[in-house]
Design a protein around this ligand. Structure first.
Ligand code: ATP
Ligand code: MG
Length: 774
């Protein structure tokens, strides 16, 4: 299948068929960089490169999944599933499961999310007796994270007088000690935080040449998307792994570098040539995504940045409509404008909701938009913000599961040792922590040996602690014999968590109970998927890893039709026919925090460039003259970025005032007089109210089926499908959708079918597979 290269223009084909050796594609938005990466992988496989030897690093796991699907379409076989593809974090978490033991980590190490890290840091600050108003745990966590991403270990920190002094000057001289304690505590708990996944990979590859050699040999071809946003730690991993074969292909756009606040380093692009010697350099200039107006407007914006590689971006697409700018008196009105406009466009053009995206600078802006969409019954989904797995009740249940897998997990233990309440007070926990630190053991180990230690804990409390240990151990035994769903359900009941929220009786308690049910459904889904998979590896621990690294974007299966709401940062790499960029106001976008230096302002401008170039057909830029921020109604001024777009490409939907300045606030004009004052009240988001009215998802369907047995689909351990399944048969699967049987093997209970579904290839045990022949 060589003609797939016809799907590329000449400039794109060159990097795709580039022979071995390093190559870099630097090109503007929408010019096909991601496409080049995808096709290059397919091409390599067509040329006989073993799919096991290819590693591709993407910005989200969702992007990786889509890429795999595309590759499977092109190469037309099941090889695509052997590709190592995903985000840096998920790929290297996997690698550390195999080889992290060399650094002293158990293969079932826990992954601490940001919240876990922050809680641990807060408790260390408290244990050290420091003032929490000076040592703010979030700030300290940020600092530690940036040290780690720059590979500044604790030792390196103390050896660097500049760092030590900087913290002393900031009146936080004990930051280094907190860092040290934090690292020790994570290690003792058998836990890695997000940054560790990169830092420890680096450590592993540096300290163990044989491990490095193994992975260099394995990943002979490495490809990186969005290279402009890799941080130093990621850069070094890629550098080390590609050092031997130098088959490294990176694609990126310096104009879209938007993560420098997280340590992303644009010099990674600029130095690539220096680092790798003979580099194939490719440029793409044709944009396939957007109309002429959008492409030209975006060019006119980015031209204002001084520090930019020279680039041409053009398109042969239609001129399209002008970019529409809209002013509203308030943020609530802005929300209403966006909702009405989406509604109108949908109706006039007969478009699905998924064609629309609303992008904003900060998460808190979503509320006004949500209110308006809800009033118009337009289904939407918010990406980012607090994800499902970070909700309190979900983290509580997960904490028990984490303890089952890794009882040393300190944050999980502290979370649930007294939840639901079992009379184990904070003083007792503090004593356990002190003892654990003293003996260099985990809290759980201390609890296991209470009898032998003199901890000044009264006997009643001791019994309670011992009961807790016994309970966790009983869960561990259960984990050996039953699947994760049975265990999780047992835990939710046995520990009393479900009862706790039920007793609560408030709408919030009920919502929490429902969330736990939803989690159980998710686990069941996962378990069923695993059961069917002939070559499934892990059970509960694999589920926990998925959960720890999942972003909401990843979970988006695109199977329900909703308007997408997200920050611009998250929208990188995505595209939508209609894009609304809201809150185009000074101090909001550009952000008030980013106007102190030229380089900060330039990063904001790149962010604007990213936002605008997401749009395929039509872009709207909206701003409000008054906005609720920090609980107050404040005057807002139109963003300077609006002034920066070449006038040729814009259309003002709202009249311009006479004050000379095109977008000057109209606060005193009669427009403000027309505002419904009731809308100026800040409405608190109602917790527990489902944000959308939409088609039920699989989990909800399952619930419905449970409720109404008459519409239940048969479930059970033995499958009753038509035995006439053969290679080439078309089938329908309850989870994976339509598919085609590629291969059948085994007999009787072991009979398996390899099936190519739309998005994935699976090997299913027919005994369990929920298949229907169509
Ligand atoms: P970004 O900078 O936003 O990440 P990108 O450079 O990665 O963009 P892609 O997402 O690969 O660009 O491509 C943009 C759109 O143009 C996609 O929908 C892609 O399928 C389409 N496209 C790219 N090249 C071609 C081509 N040669 N023929 C048809 N469509 C193309
Ligand atoms: Mg891309």
């Amino acid at each position: 299948m060589d003609n797939f290269l016809d799907g590329l223009n000449e400039a794109q084909r060159a990097p795709v068929v580039h022979k071995d050796g390093p190559l870099m594609v630097i090109a503007g938005a929408g010019s096909g960089k991601t496409r080049v990466l995808t096709y290059r992988i397919a091409h390599l496989m067509n040329q006989g490169v073993d799919s096991f030897n290819i590693l591709a690093l993407t910005f989200t796991n969702k992007a990786a999944r889509e890429m795999k699907k595309r590759i499977a379409d092109i190469v037309g076989n099941s090889e695509a599933k052997n590709l190592w593809m995903g985000t840096f974090h998920s790929v290297f978490a996997k690698l550390l499961r195999f080889d992290g033991d060399k650094l002293g980590y158990p293969s079932n190490f826990t992954i601490y999310d940001t919240q876990d890290s922050q809680r641990l840091i807060a408790s260390i600050i408290k244990e050290m007796g420091l003032d929490k108003d000076i040592y703010k745990y979030k700030q300290i966590q940020n600092r530690i994270s940036s040290y780690k991403n720059s590979l500044i270990t604790v030792k390196a920190y103390f050896n660097n007088p500049d760092l030590v002094e900087a913290d002393a000057m900031a009146k936080r001289p004990r930051t280094g000690e907190i860092y040290q304690n934090y690292v020790e505590r994570c290690f003792k708990a058998g836990a890695m935080d997000f940054d560790d996944l990169l830092l420890r990979t680096n450590e592993l590859l540096t300290r163990f040449p044989e491990v490095l050699a193994k992975y260099q040999d394995r990943f002979r071809y490495i490809l990186v998307d969005e290279y402009q946003d890799t941080n130093h730690s990621q850069y070094l991993i890629v550098k080390a792994l590609s050092d031997r074969y130098q088959n490294i292909c990176v694609v990126g756009d310096d104009a879209q570098s938007i993560y420098s606040f997280r340590g992303a380093n644009i010099s990674n692009i600029l130095n690539f040539q220096k680092d790798y010697g003979e580099v194939g350099m490719y440029r793409l200039e044709q944009n396939y995504r957007s109309t002429k107006n959008i492409v030209n407007a975006a060019n006119s914006i980015i031209a204002k940045n001084k520090n930019q590689l020279d680039k041409v971006v053009w398109t042969s697409n239609d001129e399209g409509s002008l970019i529409k700018i809209h002013r509203s008196p308030t943020d609530a009105e802005e929300g209403r404008f966006v909702a009405s406009s989406i509604f109108e466009n949908k109706m006039q053009q007969q478009l699905p909701n998924g064609n629309f995206a609303v992008l904003y600078r900060t998460n808190s802006q979503s509320r006004a938009i949500e209110d308006a969409l809800r009033k118009k019954d337009i289904p939407y989904r918010i990406y980012g913000g607090l994800s499902f797995y970070q909700r309190k009740e979900i983290k509580d249940v997960l904490a028990y599961l984490r303890l089952v897998i890794n009882p040393k997990d300190e944050e999980a233990l502290k979370r649930v040792v007294n939840f639901p309440v079992r009379g184990i007070g904070q003083t007792t926990i503090d004593k356990l922590v002190v003892a654990a630190n003293h003996y260099g053991r985990s809290i759980f180990e201390v609890m296991e040996h209470l009898g032998k230690l003199d901890l000044k804990i009264n006997s009643g409390t001791k019994t309670k602690l011992q009961n807790f240990v016994t309970m966790i151990k009983s869960f561990q035994i259960m984990n050996e014999g039953s699947d994760a769903f049975v265990l999780a359900e047992h835990i939710a009941k046995k520990t009393g968590i479900l009862l706790e929220f039920k007793k609560d009786g408030t709408p919030e308690g009920i919502a929490r109970m429902e969330n736990i049910e939803e989690l159980l459904n998710g686990i069941q889904d996962f378990v069923e998927g695993q059961k069917e998979l002939a070559d499934a590896t892990g059970g509960l621990s694999e589920f926990l890893e998925d959960v720890a690294l999942a972003t909401d974007l990843d979970k988006d299966t695109g199977d329900d039709d909703r308007v997408a709401l997200m920050t611009i940062h998250l929208a990188k790499g995505l595209e939508f026919p209609y894009v609304y960029i809201v809150g185009m106001e000074e101090d909001l976008f550009p952000s008030a925090m980013s106007m102190n230096t030229r380089s900060e302002l330039e990063e904001e401008r790149r962010l604007f460039y990213v936002a605008l170039t997401r749009a395929e057909k039509q872009a709207y830029l909206t701003y409000a003259q008054n906005r609720y921020r920090w609980g107050k109604l404040i005057d807002a001024e139109p963003s300077r970025f609006l002034e920066e777009i070449d006038e040729k490409y814009i259309e003002n939907l709202t009249p311009i005032d006479n004050a000379g300045y095109r977008y000057k606030s109209l606060i005193d004009s009669d427009i403000f007089g027309e505002v419904d004052k009731s809308t100026l009240r800040q409405v608190k988001p109602k917790s527990g109210t489902p944000p959308t009215i939409a088609r039920p998802n699989e989990n909800q369907l399952r619930k419905l089926r449970k409720l109404k047995p008459e519409i239940a689909t048969p479930v059970g351990n033995t499958n009753t499908i038509d035995p006439n399944l053969a290679e080439g048969s078309l089938v329908n699967h309850t989870r994976f959708g339509k598919g085609k049987v590629i291969k059948i093997e085994g007999v009787g209970n072991d009979k398996k079918a390899e099936i190519q579904f739309e998005t994935t290839i699976k090997k299913l045990l027919l005994r369990f597979a929920k298949l229907e022949v169509i």
